[in-house]
Design a binder for this molecule. Structure first.
Ligand SMILES: [Zn+2]
Ligand SMILES: [Zn+2]
Length: 187
């Protein structure tokens, strides 16, 4: 028997399935064919449910109120920040890119996930929150994600946006000029 390749790699939250590049503890991403990923996800979910049931029944027997970790808003905000960072890390990992694709800028605080063909702002606005946007990205299959997104720094992102605007403006004025001359629009 040869050496069996592990189905996932990485540590704790950054442990990713080698097949779909999704987080090992979370739901396998669309198109994942690794049975161990599904298994791990179900085991984890079952353990979480057990823990929650146990906490709830403990709370009931001691007469305290079970809050499921929702008691402290500061802690909640902190957890959300951490989760946000973690999701970004996973997205960098899944794209296999950790620097700006244009200029190589490496500081992740200023890196964005940019829609290759534009429309990012519309996509973002169609969703209720920033975290929903990241969740939508997280639920894409690897091929989908890699085809639609690239990593750009804030500068290159702004320059790209500016150039697209410029192009749109020039295109519109050319069409208008042709109409003025009574020509049919060419495009
Ligand atoms: Zn998987
Ligand atoms: Zn850049």
């Amino acid at each position: 028997m040869g050496v069996v390749e592990p189905w996932s790699q990485g540590h704790s939250d950054m442990r990713l399935c080698r097949t779909c590049r999704g987080q090992a503890d979370r739901k396998p991403l669309p198109g994942c064919t690794e049975p161990k990923h599904q298994q791990r996800y179900e085991t984890k979910r079952e353990l979480n449910n057990q823990y929650r049931r146990q906490r709830r029944s403990d709370a009931r027997s001691t007469g305290t109120v079970y809050r499921g970790g929702r008691g402290n808003p500061d802690r909640k905000a902190q957890r959300e920040r951490e989760r946000h960072q973690q999701i970004r890390e996973v997205l960098f990992e899944r794209l296999g890119v950790h620097v700006c694709s244009e200029c190589g800028f490496p500081d992740k605080r200023a890196l964005h996930f940019d829609h290759v063909n534009g429309g990012g702002r519309r996509h973002r606005k169609s969703l209720p929150s920033g975290s929903a946007y990241y969740r939508a990205l997280m639920n894409m299959s690897l091929d989908e994600l890699r085809a639609a997104f690239q990593v750009l720094c804030a500068n290159c992102n702004a320059i790209k946006r500016e150039e697209r605007e410029e192009w749109r403006w020039r295109h519109a004025s050319e069409v208008a000029a042709q109409e003025d001359e009574g020509l049919p629009p060419s495009s």
